[in-house]
Design a protein around this ligand. Structure first.
Ligand code: F6R
Length: 357
């Protein structure tokens, strides 16, 4: 039930800190260590390459998941769009492990890949919000995202939950290999939950940003580098699907290779700056678009923010910034849709779970 909330989407955005805390609890042993199935740990350890298969928002979570597993557990990961995988099939490694990420666990494009993969006898892990779902039943292993039912068509809390579970999977895999980490993952996820709460308390500010930048524009761009780039893809998808504003997320460095031709007077460009090592270069990209008339809106992280930034996110561990930087983008998309009188929870032409290929 959405209770006093005007929309499920807003309620689900607000639930994110609680979802993260729930995940911490569900996957924690009494002694504070991480609890995952031994079978999953073994499958991760035995595989020589991980293939992540997903669609839409879950695909965007997979891109972040790849970074988490490669950085924390030092295992190579490829991420593929489910609907393309069988057509543009990569050369597989000797011992692949497939990870299917799906909120609903029912997406037909993923199932097509899973059926094919099982035919070859490869192992499959499903990360899903619905443990009894088709993809969960048909895979060898399941990791539950514990986000609670997600009703709004636009996925929000399932996305952050997927990334949190990827973090734990990465840490568990690192532990299994004896890799020493210089941070406490559960504590850092706790900091993420607190930061999310700070962000959900700043709705008025984000509503104003949505009004200022997106009330009348036909299009919008989201730019970022490193992990911020992946969050930009998700920010653009959120805005597209519920506000019908044509939006594109792209890598800051790609601007000059074509997209910058689209910048006109007043084109909104939302830039994410949460990654210290690319902070200067993304700000350089913002200057390039501003010089061509764009209206830039910088969303940065505490510690690397500048006075003119439109919005500042509380600092979290550099690996986990996507879990928090997406919240302002979700809320900006929500308010942009609201200002345009769109049906936020049930956008046109879309279904919550896509059960046709
Ligand atoms: C976007 C959205 C879709 C889904 C996609 C995959 O907000 O909801 O892009 O992420 O259809 O769905 P699942 O995760 O259920 O496989």
């Amino acid at each position: 039930e959405k209770g006093t909330y005007p929309h499920y989407m807003l309620k689900e955005i607000d639930e994110q800190p609680f979802v993260i805390r729930n995940i911490i609890q569900q996957y924690q042993n009494e002694d504070g260590t991480i609890r995952l199935d031994d079978d999953i740990r073994d499958a991760m350890k035995q595989s020589d390459r991980i293939y992540v298969i997903a669609a839409g928002t879950s695909y965007h979570a997979g891109l972040v998941g790849k970074q988490l597993i490669e950085k924390i557990a030092k295992r190579p990961v490829e991420v593929h769009i489910a609907s393309e995988f069988l057509y543009n099939m990569p050369l597989l490694s000797e011992n692949p492990l497939f990870i299917f990420i799906s909120q609903s666990g029912e997406t037909a494009d993923l199932r097509g890949v899973l059926v094919e993969v099982k035919k070859h006898g490869y192992q499959a892990l499903t990360i899903t919000n619905v443990p009894g779902s088709t993809l969960s039943r048909e895979a060898d292993f399941t990791l539950h995202t514990f986000a609670g039912p997600e009703i709004a068509v636009a996925s929000t809390k399932a996305y952050t939950a997927q990334m949190a579970v990827f973090t734990l999977l990465a840490v568990d895999t690192a532990n299994a290999q004896g890799i020493e980490l210089d941070f406490d993952p559960l504590q850092e996820l706790g900091i993420v939950a607190n930061a999310m709460e700070v962000l959900t308390d700043q709705k008025e500010k984000l509503e104003k940003i949505a009004r200022h930048y997106l009330a009348v524009s036909r299009n919008a761009f989201f730019i970022g580098r490193a992990a911020d780039y992946y969050v930009c893809l998700e920010g653009a998808l959120k805005l597209k699907e519920i506000s019908y504003i044509q939006a594109e997320g792209f890598a800051g460095g790609e601007l000059k290779h074509g997209t910058i031709a689209l910048i006109e007077d007043g084109t909104p460009v939302i830039a994410l700056a949460t990654q210290e090592h690319v902070n200067l270069s993304i700000r350089g990209n913002v200057k390039e678009v501003a010089a061509r008339g764009a209206s830039p809106c910088i969303i940065s992280m505490e510690g690397m923010n500048e006075e003119t930034d439109a919005f500042v996110i509380p600092a979290v561990h550099e690996f986990l910034t996507p879990l928090v930087s997406v919240l302002p983008l979700q809320l900006i998309a929500y308010y942009a849709a609201l200002h345009r009188d769109c049906d936020v929870d049930k956008p046109r032409n879309l279904a919550k779970s896509v059960t046709v290929e």
